[in-house]
Ligand binder design. Structure first.
Ligand SMILES: Cc1ncc(COP(=O)(O)O)c(C=O)c1O
Length: 441
């Protein structure tokens, strides 16, 4: 790596931390770095950085992740860059000087600018963005807030996230709505086929379609825009709810392009915002139809802020989120998506020829990003996960959910290629020891 980078790294991180609050939108890391007299490989704003290891080496140093554990479960929750941690710390300390003054009169003032910043990233109006604590809160606000009657049908999949399925099941039990489950056999590399599977589930009673944009279990990217289009064509009154917990700030898109009416995401995942941050998008004309989960003054108003009557929560956490948006913008959505996909394919391609290795994740960028799930013949996912940790301190998560079984591996922008090489070597060693796989070695 460029020696300049190492030499100036510490002072840059320090200066960047204190200046980040002043920076509304950053065009690129190199522009920022130039202002701060710090050297990162110079890139023009649209330049592809997918395999520029000097550039990603800098990004890695902007985080404070442990070199002693190889964290490949960034799909669960992401670490925050140092600038975000510093901001959170500063806001927390400030709040503790006089909580009700600094939290309610100073920090709270920042919510409207954060709304604008998030809306800019999401490509929608700030009047369509509510700030909350996670995807579960965002999506359950919609699931419980929709006016539905006994017999109304909701189309969803068995591969959706358990919190959402449980929320729908609760409405099924209490109110008699009908759940029409699709069972996906993943991976599917055919958007037409996916759309047709949804279309077959639509009836004249369909009122809602739930779409998980990026399926957490295997990393499959779903053609949300095409499914929304098919639903609206079937009946323009169908409401489309999108779970974007894993797609937002991971793959590059603007929310309105998906054609959904409601979308929820967690900002502590791919945006690397503080833990316990989330966002709800509702198309402007639909806001009045949704009852807030925490009752507000005017629950049937068209003001998106009616979903923010959460009571006292962590204002420092909320306010540090803007720094995570700045950091994300400094890399750029397109660059980030390409790098994340590259990292996934980097290790997967090296594993495909290992005897006994199999995967339920596509390698194509249209159908996958950073998340991939694999299996070694003859072993249970939990067993593989334990071996990865025992041998190489590689932290992953095991998946056994409906049709998906395996170890889920999720790198992030800070993951060095060397860590992925270690993953490949360890998978190789584990697979080799399996009797069923040795004959082919
Ligand atoms: C697809 C999906 N939806 C929703 C969630 C819930 O996210 P949170 O725990 O941040 O509410 C997750 C969490 O991993 C997820 O993978």
């Amino acid at each position: 790596m460029n020696q300049n980078i190492t030499k100036n790294r510490r002072s840059f991180v320090k200066k960047f931390g204190s200046m980040a609050g002043m920076l509304a939108m950053s065009p690129s890391l190199s522009t920022l770095a130039n202002e701060l007299n710090f050297s990162v490989p110079s890139l023009s704003p649209d330049e592809d950085a997918t395999t520029n290891e000097d550039y990603w080496g800098w990004v890695q140093q902007a985080y404070s992740v442990s070199p002693n554990v190889i964290n490949l479960n960034n799909g669960g929750v992401s670490p925050q860059p140092i600038v975000v941690q510093d901001a959170l710390d500063r806001y927390n300390r400030l709040s503790n000087e006089a909580p009700s003054y600094y939290m309610w009169r100073t920090l709270d003032e920042g919510r409207e600018s954060l709304r604008i910043k998030l809306a800019d990233l999401a490509g929608c109006s700030p009047e369509e963005i509510a700030i909350n604590r996670n995807s579960s809160e965002a999506l359950e606000t919609v699931i419980f807030g929709l006016n539905l009657q006994k017999g109304d049908e909701v189309v969803l999949t068995k591969q959706d996230y358990p919190n959402m399925i449980n929320a729908w099941r609760q409405r099924e039990k209490r109110e008699g709505i009908v759940l029409k489950f699709i069972n996906l056999d993943l991976p599917i590399e055919d958007n037409k086929l996916i759309v047709n599977i949804y279309k077959e589930a639509f009836t004249s009673n369909t009122k809602v379609v739930m779409i998980t944009h990026l399926i957490n279990w295997s990393g499959q990217i779903m053609p949300a825009a095409l499914i929304s289009q098919a639903a609206k064509k079937h009946n323009p009154n169908i409401d489309v709810v999108i779970d974007a917990a894993h797609s937002f700030a991971h793959i590059n898109y603007k929310i309105p392009e998906l054609g959904g009416d409601y979308l929820g995401t967690s900002l502590h995942k791919w945006l690397s915002a503080p833990f316990g941050t989330g966002m709800l998008y509702i198309r402007k004309e639909k806001i009045k139809n949704i009852w807030p989960m925490f009752a507000a003054n005017a629950p049937q108003s068209s003001d998106i802020r009616k979903f923010e009557s959460l009571g006292t929560r962590s204002f420092p956490t909320e306010m540090a989120t803007g720094h995570a948006v700045n950091f994300h913008n400094a890399i750029g959505s397109d660059r980030k998506e390409k790098r994340l996909h590259y990292l996934k394919n980097y290790w997967m391609e090296k594993c495909l020829n290992i005897p006994g290795f199999s995967t339920q994740t596509s390698l194509k960028p249209e159908f996958s990003g950073a998340i991939a799930t694999f299996l070694i013949k003859g072993m249970a996912p939990g067993q593989i996960g334990s071996e990865l940790f025992k041998r190489s301190r590689i932290h992953t998560t095991s998946v056994e959910w409906e049709n998906i079984k395996g170890v889920r591996v999720t790198p992030h922008v800070y993951t060095p290629l060397k860590d992925l090489d270690r993953l490949v070597d360890t998978i190789h060693a584990i697979a080799k020891e399996q009797p069923s796989n040795t004959s082919m070695n």
